[in-house]
Design a protein around this ligand. Structure first.
Ligand code: AMP
Ligand code: SF4
Length: 459
């Protein structure tokens, strides 16, 4: 798979609101954790589009003046994160196209597993691609559909794409909202009076004071226009495979996915971890900030007090790539600092939500030891990540994954410099994300188990 196709993103859309672009700005701001590389908004006044996209955070990309220019009562927006190499403005979304029926804008969170195949077919037919994202394929398929009008072409095209997609597609007058047949990514709907809002996570509905209406169902599409809301399915109701990593790390803790609070699940992950892997410790410390709820859960269950042993500087931006190890280590200190008063002479249990490459844990264990800790026991509130994600969460290749580089937990613990290391079991993860253990297909756990819910089309 092309690394630049692996992107984790957030989408937000508003239909029928006089301040559609402003609301989209606020919604994207609440989804900023899903992507910090680029942001974009496309608004429609019913006749034509106004759009703006840029590299950076939502607040850096948009000014009051730019938002005032995005007139119209419907809008869709996108925040994007991609791995290195694809840091291009042309890949920033929503993508905007002109085709025979008018204007088209596409905002996509996820990854199409059959993108390479569809792209090749389209190129053989003469299609010229403007971007390297899989999302552009959707626009080409709509433009080339045998169905003339968007209200038929849009839903029809969804049958041809496979993988993960939480999708917002807009024409001058209509908005199509759709979720892949497996429900891999979250996508929720809300209402503000007569206005409809769609968002990757419910935290963005809250940000614009929209009332939660419902989640989009896997395999479902909604077409929203002046006549009302039409719904249909492009795939039969099947097994749901919502990404369990959304609960482990990715989603914001104040979001609710499929009726379950992300915060509550993260705490439960910590509680189960404490039952499975107790540690002889005086204090529980979290890798800030994503692991704080799991650390609280671990503390509750174990009776060991939770302390803020590591502080994150909220003004430290994204970690930047430094040329030497010495500078890289200093860069970590810009972001995180250990609190000596809490850690000195203590046996510490350090909670992290996941180990991917192993870089974070190693550096933090070092930081904690330098602050005088006597022992450091690392506990991870998810199982070992052993397989890459093909559904839009940024993960390295199989060989680069920490869990594949070392044979067993003891060796891994030594490598990160911990006195002990243990991971949550797959059963523990499934227990917390609340699924019937006999039916593991109702959550995707492929990066842990290797059982992918879709075909991968890897040749
Ligand atoms: P690593 O340092 O590569 O082992 O990454 C693990 C750390 O990064 C954990 O502290 C997680 O909170 C965080 N993390 C996990 N998955 C991802 C991801 N897909 N993108 C960015 N950070 C992640
Ligand atoms: Fe989520 Fe992992 Fe499945 Fe990817 S492979 S969708 S990260 S559970």
């Amino acid at each position: 798979m092309d690394s630049e196709m692996q992107e984790k993103c957030g989408v937000f859309g508003v239909f029928n609101h006089p301040k559609a672009a402003d609301l989209t700005y606020y919604g994207l701001h609440a989804l900023q954790h899903r992507g910090q590389e680029s942001a974009g908004i496309v608004a429609s006044n019913g006749e034509s589009f106004r759009h703006h996209r840029g590299m950076g955070l939502v607040t850096q990309v948009f000014s009051r003046e730019i938002l005032d220019g995005l007139t119209g009562n419907m809008a869709i927006g996108h925040v994007r994160y991609s791995t290195s190499g694809a840091s291009l403005l042309q890949n920033a979304q929503p993508l905007v196209f002109k085709y025979s029926e008018g204007d088209l804008a596409v905002a996509h969170n996820g990854n199409l597993v059959n993108a390479n195949i569809e792209r090749k077919v389209l190129q053989q037919q003469g299609a010229i691609f403007q971007t390297t994202t899989d999302t552009e394929i959707i626009a080409h398929l709509i433009a080339r559909s045998s169905k003339k009008y968007f209200n038929q072409a849009g839903p029809e095209v969804l049958k041809r794409i496979d993988g993960s997609f939480a999708l917002l597609i807009m024409t001058e007058k209509q908005m199509l909202v759709a979720l892949d047949r497996h429900g891999l990514r979250p996508l929720s709907l809300g209402k503000i009076g007569d206005s409809i809002v769609a968002a990757s996570e419910t935290c963005a509905l809250n940000a614009v004071d929209a009332k939660f209406w419902r989640d989009v169902e896997p395999g479902e599409w909604l077409l929203i226009d002046d006549k009302g809301i039409q719904t249909g399915r492009f795939a039969e109701k099947g097994e749901v495979s919502l990404c369990s990593f959304e609960f482990v790390y990715f989603a914001r803790p104040d979001s609710v996915i499929h009726g379950r609070s992300v915060l509550a699940i993260r705490k439960e992950l910590g509680q189960i971890l404490a039952k499975e892997h107790p540690a002889p410790a005086d204090v529980v410390v979290a890798v800030p900030e994503s692991s704080v709820p799991a650390a609280m859960g671990y503390a509750q269950q174990s009776g060991i007090p939770y302390e803020m042993g590591i502080i994150k500087n909220p003004y430290a931006g994204r970690s930047f790539i430094e040329p030497t190890q010495e500078l890289r280590d200093l860069a970590v200190r810009l972001k995180l600092s250990a609190v000596r008063e809490i850690l000195e002479d203590k046996r510490v249990v350090l909670i992290d939500d996941s180990i991917v490459r192993g870089t974070t844990s190693k550096r933090i264990v070092q930081l904690i030891r330098q602050a005088g800790a006597k022992e450091v026991h690392v506990r991870i509130s998810s199982p070992m990540v052993k397989n890459p994600c093909f559904y839009g969460v940024d993960m390295p290749t199989k060989d680069e994954l920490f869990a594949n580089k070392h044979e067993h937990e003891r060796k891994m613990g030594e490598v990160i410099g911990a006195d002990s290391l243990a991971f949550l079991s797959t059963e523990g993860l499934l227990e917390a994300v609340d699924v019937d253990l006999a039916d593991t297909s109702s959550r995707c756990i492929a990066c842990f188990s290797g059982a992918y819910p879709t075909k991968l089309y890897l040749k």
